[in-house]
Design a protein around this ligand. Structure first.
Ligand code: TEU
Ligand code: CA
Length: 556
């Protein structure tokens, strides 16, 4: 059977608001993206996933959509979109859209109508419940962005469910009319010629009928997890979506499925289950601590290896992995998994890239990762733009629950705004992102870290990514090879092999800031070096690896 294109692809994620501003209003836009297509072509990626570009009041930067078939004014027009799509296709780059259909904006006409009464065409489009006899919320669930997951609406005299902000009411997928609206809208985009969908929190679209109180984890609200994640009909609805829309086009689909296990992934993205092509799992980025997700702890390397290796082996032959270190919801990869101190930043960024891009699955590069961009040095809560960080600071600190000094390192380590500062294009004011005032601060390190400098330096992180992408196109073993972890107990080295049709790769990555000695397995001594972030001798002696060294050897 022919390998589907998305198994051989490398995806680049764009967060349009922070990518490139073309008209000086301080906000990235579609024409900004079109103007940078040659940069992406040079990098070698063949798919762009764009975070939402639809009409939105921007309570959650476009993840709250008020019209699925219109472009957000700040981002441009539908003509700009069509031109971007054509120009991308002309360069052999496909465009995957973000599909946010667990919820809409409260400003979407469906919701505007739905809240008016209990009997109208749209009254069942959302999840409405009466309050308790004392008037309080139907249950104790907390929303992902703080506060109760229920909001009382005085117009209708009921509460509606919102797993995210109160401006993001959850759609009622049990209503066949809702499913038809969503599928029709998807078909409209497919007819336009887009190449796929990244599906926002798709694992949460089906809720249980009964909605009892959830377990209280950190003192304030109960968890909705068991009632809303991987709910009773989620696979049924995805198969229906597949039959009605997806199977009719040549698409790539990836579901965002937080909390997913490999067993569940084999349903969502099974080779034969007719749902999605792949899912994003969260185990390697979810490190809950005393304050929920707000945590500055590093995951031990042995644990990281255990998780990633489990996904490599358990999906093999059954489902397809997506590979990522970061995205618009996560801190910067080099700051979290590598080492962003100036003397180690470049080496560790290349090491992380090696480690991920040699695995089985479709790699995702988040904008700026190819430059080794780092976390932002936040100084005060006033620096936050993200609704999640703003509310979390209020709920944990301003409320007096946790002292600022204790909470600050935790929130700044993982705030989503780390990934949302503008792309650093050059060393001119605002890093060349805008001629106006950027909507969010530029990282002050842009004079050292920027695309212009990297394009001029053959040893840059950019060109290292370019080489990794090229290797994936050249060697089928990188796409198809079976994975085997070596040195499982090492807290210093992440080493594994890949094997396919008599060809074998050895991947060795040092995750530490000191030297490590290492002896190559016999079969790899004096073999071909495919890529490495430093020169070394790959002969018979025990090797000495520099801090964050990485290399790939090939034996046939
Ligand atoms: O994210 C959902 C999600 O599960 C989390 O990663 C979330 O962003 C958060 O960090 C919870 O602690 C998706 C989008 O990627 C995110 O940007 C949106 O804010 C969210 O859904 C709502 O649409
Ligand atoms: Ca703009």
């Amino acid at each position: 059977m022919k390998t589907p294109w998305w198994k051989e692809a490398v995806v680049y994620q764009i967060y349009p608001r922070s990518f490139m501003d073309s008209n000086g209003d301080g906000i990235g836009d579609l024409n900004g993206i079109t103007g940078k297509l040659d940069y992406l072509k040079k990098l070698g990626i063949n798919v762009i996933w764009m975070s939402p570009v639809y009409q939105s009041p921007n309570d959650d930067n476009g993840y709250d959509i008020s019209d699925y078939q219109a472009i957000m004014k700040e981002f441009g027009t539908m003509e700009d979109f069509d031109r971007l799509l054509t120009e991308a296709h002309n360069r052999g780059i496909r465009i995957v859209m973000d599909l946010v259909v667990n919820h809409t904006s409260d400003e979407h006409t469906w919701f505007v109508e739905s809240r008016k009464s209990r009997e109208n065409e749209y009254s069942d489009y959302y999840i409405w419940r009466d309050g308790k006899p004392d008037g309080s919320a139907p249950n104790n669930w907390g929303s992902c962005f703080g506060g109760s997951a229920w909001q009382y609406d005085s117009e209708r005299g009921q509460y509606y469910l919102h797993l995210f902000s109160k401006k993001q009411p959850d759609l009622n997928w049990d209503n066949p009319k809702v499913r038809k609206e969503v599928f029709d809208m998807m078909t409209w985009w497919c007819e336009k010629g887009i190449d796929g969908f990244r599906m926002d929190v798709i694992s949460m679209i089906s809720k249980t009928k009964e909605m009892p109180d959830g377990e209280v984890e950190n003192g304030l609200y109960g968890s909705f997890g068991p009632y809303c994640i991987h709910g009773p009909n989620v696979h049924k609805y995805l198969r229906e979506m597949n039959e009605t829309v997806l199977s009719r086009y040549d698409l790539m689909t990836v579901g965002e499925t937080s909390g997913v296990t490999p067993e569940q992934a084999c349903l969502y993205a099974g080779e034969t289950t007719n749902e999605l092509n792949m899912v994003f799992q969260f185990e390697h980025v979810d490190i809950a601590g005393r304050f929920g997700k707000w945590n500055d702890q590093k995951m031990p390397l042995t644990r990281l290896k255990e998780i990633l290796s489990k996904w490599q082996t358990q999906l093999s032959g059954k489902a397809w992995n997506s590979l990522y270190w970061d995205n618009h919801d996560q801190p910067r990869a080099v700051s979290r998994f590598g080492d962003d101190r100036p003397e180690f930043r470049v080496m560790s960024a290349k090491m992380l890239a090696t480690c991920l891009h040699m695995m089985q699955g479709t790699p995702y590069i988040y904008q700026g990762e190819e430059l080794g961009m780092t976390n932002y040095p936040f100084e005060s809560p006033k620096d936050f733009r993200d609704i999640e960080s703003i509310h979390a600071y209020e709920e944990w600190c301003e409320s007096g629950r946790v002292p600022h000094e204790t909470f600050w390192p935790c929130i700044t380590a993982v705030s989503r705004d780390n990934a949302r500062t503008p792309i650093q294009w050059d060393d001119s004011p605002n890093a060349g992102f805008t001629k106006g005032t950027p909507w969010i601060q530029v990282n002050p390190n842009y004079k050292e870290i920027n695309a212009k400098a990297e394009l001029a330096d053959p040893d840059s992180v950019f060109y290292y990514y370019q080489k990794l992408i090229a290797l994936r196109k050249q060697y089928p073993v990188i796409v198809h090879g079976t994975y085997r972890l070596l040195l499982a107990d090492s807290e210093e080295l992440f080493a594994y092999t890949r094997e396919y049709q008599g060809e074998k790769l050895l991947v060795v990555c040092s995750f530490v800031d000191h030297k490590v000695s290492y002896e190559l397995p016999e079969e790899f001594k004096n073999k071909e070096l495919l890529i490495g972030n430093r020169e070394n001798s790959y002969g018979t002696e025990v090797m000495e690896l520099s801090p964050y060294e990485a290399f790939v050897l090939r034996a046939v």
